[in-house]
Design a protein around this ligand. Structure first.
Ligand code: ARG
Length: 466
């Protein structure tokens, strides 16, 4: 009873393992998180073994009952994890020996830890991708609500962080909807490669038993089985793809976090983050710091790091399994934890934000309409380059005289081009926005269309989930 890994796996050695090495090798401190997937995989495997008559029905039922008890022990916190057993797989197997005796030894028939861990990681990554998709979809529908509710708000659009042209605030928000929609597509695409069943590959060569791999795939909800046993135990592309999709999503979140941070400054004052998402300073009592947004921006770094780490772990690995692959776990787990918590936090910040529409409007200088004036001259027959030249001179004149464009009178305008008529003074922020009615532009009709299309996309998510 209680057969130790030592006793079972070190048969050919004369010495015990060095204790420091044992600690160095142990993945238990993090791979305990795979327990549910490990047991789920073992249950399907054992059932298949019995159906194929590789083990007896009664062996199967005692293995199954034993695994169910272990699951309960782990979930209730009663399970005694042992670091010397190295990983979650050996911990569960060893406990199974304690519970059902030598029959436990039959569970590992036609299986290696190499295909077992590949299966566990795919089950984990699949569930994680579902959770990320849910979080991204929820966030996207929140963004559409905000865009719809604030459709009248006009803000300065920027290039080079200099005021460029007026845009609808909703148009700016819907830009993020597009980014996160592509993130959703990336995770969906990645899922189709995650959801491939590797068990039945053995250590690397396949198995000398009449296993039914399709049965296991069906039981565990996989789309297909892996095609090559060597690839199946050594491939971690699915993790790298996941981490790459996560890195891109974090980059998008970080850009949003950055805008939340700068828009909350006294200089911008476009928004105010809710108190629940801000902190104060230990020395400057006036401060309201957007720490949560800063941390979402900062945590993007570690997600990039995990992607780099895994690409580097893999680059020199000969086929097939190598212990280096164990490094995939902390890397993926932390990626998932960071992405999901960052999405939740940024979504919370966004829901707490108070928008200062008046501030957005009054921050705009009249020069933001300069391009509209050039477009005005083009409509009267000038080439765009000539029109650009006329308006630049006009702007220089206004700036030099410390005046806004709408403070100049029509005679001053006509000093730069006879094509200017009184109606040039009627160009407003709203008119500028509405003129940008090309597809995907900021005119209210176009933004409303984009919101409509987004609603369709969101209804699509809901349909897929149900
Ligand atoms: N903890 C190991 C890992 O994460 C499990 C697989 C061990 N396989 C082996 N042949 N030593 O990769």
């Amino acid at each position: 009873m209680g057969v130790k890994k030592e006793a079972r796996l070190r048969g050919r050695f004369k010495e015990d393992i060095n204790e420091a090495v044992q600690h160095y090798l142990a993945s238990l401190p993090y791979d305990w998180r795979l327990h549910r997937h490990d047991i789920e995989g073992s249950l399907a495997h054992a059932e298949m073994l019995a159906r194929q008559k590789i083990i007896t029905r009664s062996d199967y039922t005692s293995i199954r009952d034993g695994l169910h008890s272990i699951m309960k022990e782990i979930e209730s916190g009663r399970f005694q994890f042992k670091l010397e057993l190295e990983d979650i797989h050996m911990n569960i197997e060893s406990r199974l020996f304690e519970l059902i005796g030598d029959t436990a030894g039959k569970l590992h028939t036609a299986r290696s830890r190499n295909d077992q861990v590949a299966l566990d990681m795919r089950l984990y990554a699949r569930r994680a991708a579902w959770k990320v998709l849910e979080a991204l979809q929820r966030f996207n529908s929140q963004l559409v609500d905000i865009a719809e509710k604030n459709i009248k708000v006009i803000m300065p659009g920027y290039t080079h962080l200099q005021q460029a042209q007026p845009v609808l605030f909703s148009h700016h928000v819907m830009a993020y909807f597009q980014m996160f929609s592509r993130d959703i597509q990336r995770f969906e695409s990645c899922l189709s490669r995650i959801n491939i069943m590797p068990l039945g590959s053995g250590a690397l060569a396949g198995l000398p038993y009449p296993v039914d791999r399709e049965f296991i795939a069906g039981k565990l909800g996989f789309d297909d089985i892996s095609a090559n046993s060597i690839d199946a135990v050594s491939d971690r592309d699915f993790i790298i793809e996941f981490e790459s999709a996560a890195a891109i999503a974090m980059m998008h979140l970080s850009r949003m976090a950055e805008e939340i941070i700068i828009w909350s400054t006294a200089e911008f004052g476009f928004i105010e983050v809710g108190d629940a998402y801000a902190t104060s300073s230990s020395i400057m009592p006036q401060k309201k710091n957007p720490d949560a947004a800063e941390l979402a921006r900062g945590k993007t770094g570690r997600v990039y790091g995990h992607l780099m780490a895994m690409l580097t772990v893999m680059k020199g690995l000969p086929l097939a399994y190598n212990r280096d692959l164990q490094e995939d776990k902390e890397s993926l787990f932390d990626t998932v934890d960071t992405l999901i918590s960052s999405l939740d936090i940024v979504s919370g910040i966004v829901s707490s934000i108070r928008i200062n529409a008046a501030r957005m409007k009054y921050s705009m200088q009249s020069y933001i309409l300069a391009t509209d004036m050039a477009d005005y001259l083009v409509k009267k027959g000038l080439s765009f380059r000539e029109a650009h030249d006329v308006v630049s001179r006009l702007v220089t004149y206004a700036v030099d005289n410390n005046r806004e464009l709408n403070e100049l009178d029509i005679r001053e305008y006509r000093g730069f081009s006879k094509l200017f008529d009184k109606d040039v003074l009627a160009i407003t922020l709203q008119k500028s926005v509405e003129a940008k009615s090309s597809q995907g532009g900021t005119a209210t009709v176009e933004v409303k269309k984009s919101i409509e299309r987004a609603r369709d996309v969101i209804r699509g998510y809901e349909k897929k989930q149900s």
